[in-house]
Design a protein. Structure first.
Length: 396
């Protein structure tokens, strides 16, 4: 095991930068700090010990664990360099490793691609050929990977959030007003109510010498509903995702109790960006593995329940899932996640953009597994559809 840089902080910072840039890991300052603390428990000279303590800190998802070892070998030079056949020149059309690295380096220089500041500083301080060999191998393998389709592949496309017109805003306001999450358990002062407030009535009668002029009442107000929207951003949803984002922006403008997430093979919270779009800004989101890839609905719903369920869900929460139901993950995970969502929310609204298609039937595996737990099954492609959903939505 060879360390590219002289000091441990430089090696760790450059490794985390490579994970973010090339593998889209969530390796930020917090993870870097935890990695430093974890390395205090490991023997730095032991490659396996360093690998074992960094893996659970930097790879927090199943997809990250699968590629962490590959990234670790690449950075620390543990991947053997390809060698030509002994005693024989390279075959016709086959390039030697030295020539391949020089050609790739010249092509990169001609392309003039942008490089992160921390990666540029790390490359300048390296003084060794470890990064050159790794970059060359990464460039050649990337072309092969992009040439084949994988259901877990991620394109890293950008999603665009734009302000919506008046029709969307009015339809969203109607949905919010129609969704009643039930009465609160607490009695509060009110102009009219079912319970007479003796204490407040006596207090207000003091100026009139004890004569009751204005009786006071207490009532149980309705809880404000919380809307939790999860938008499927996979490749199969690409033609239908724009109305879903417009609906999310409209709901965020109608009530502050709106939470929005996108998912593909991973989950990402985009509530802040959606609220800015509702305020009139135009937002471009680079969502990486939460957009434009395959679909693992069950795993993403499980991640949502684990990270946000306790805080966002409850008797006043309406969960809105926008997806075509195509899931390449484990159906048992989807079934368990939907069952738990059904228990800890007031309603599950599933919007399938394929529903208006003539002859459509929810026969996709993910759709058929989720169907028994859905309270309202519909489709929204325009403000008029959102108005119809407001009239048809059901709350348990």
């Amino acid at each position: 095991m060879s360390y590219p840089f002289a000091s441990l902080p430089e090696n760790l910072a450059a490794f985390c930068a490579m994970l973010r840039r090339d593998y889209h890991f969530r390796a930020g300052p917090r993870e870097l700090r935890d990695a430093v603390r974890a390395l205090e428990l490991a023997e730095i000279a032991n490659e396996q010990a360093v690998r074992n303590v960094l893996r659970p800190v930097l790879a927090d998802r199943l997809e990250d664990v699968r590629v962490f070892d590959q990234a670790f070998d690449r950075f620390f030079g543990l991947v053997p360099e390809p060698r030509p056949r002994s005693g024989m020149p390279p075959a016709k059309g086959e390039m030697s490793p030295e020539r391949r690295r020089s050609d790739i380096g010249s092509a990169d220089a001609a392309a003039g691609g942008a490089v992160d500041d921390d990666d540029a500083a790390a490359a300048e301080a390296a003084g060794s050929s470890v990064h050159e060999v790794a970059d060359a191998e990464q460039e050649t393998s990337a072309g092969l990977l992009r040439a084949s389709y994988s259901p877990f592949g991620v394109e890293g496309q950008a999603a665009t959030l734009e302000p919506v017109d008046r029709a969307w805003r009015e339809a969203a306001a109607m949905l919010v007003s129609r969704v009643h999450a039930g009465l609160s358990r607490r009695w509060q002062p009110a102009k009219q109510g079912r319970r007479f407030d003796l204490r407040r009535t006596l207090r207000t009668s003091l100026p009139t010498g004890g004569d009751v002029v204005t009786p006071k009442w207490r009532a149980r107000p309705r809880r404000r509903p919380r809307l939790v929207m999860l938008v499927d951003g996979s490749r199969s949803m690409e033609p239908y995702v724009r109305p879903a984002l417009q609906m999310a922006v409209a709901l965020a403008g109608a009530t502050l109790n709106t939470e929005v997430f996108t998912f593909s093979t991973a989950l990402r919270r985009v509530t802040r960006e959606v609220r800015r779009a509702a305020a009139g800004e135009r937002r471009h989101l680079q969502l990486h593995d939460a957009w434009g890839g395959g679909t693992t609905i069950g795993a993403c719903l499980r991640e949502f329940l684990h990270r946000y369920g306790e805080r966002l869900l409850g008797r006043d929460a309406v969960v809105i899932i926008v997806s075509d139901g195509i899931d390449v993950g484990d159906v048992s995970v989807l079934r368990a996640a939907m069952a738990r969502l059904s228990r800890v929310s007031a309603s599950i609204v599933w919007l399938n953009p394929l529903l208006p298609t003539p002859g459509f039937a929810p026969t996709a595996l993910g759709m058929s597994v989720a169907r028994p737990y859905i309270t309202t099954f519909s489709s929204v492609g325009s403000p008029a559809d959102l108005v119809r959903l407001a009239r048809a939505v059901r709350i348990r």
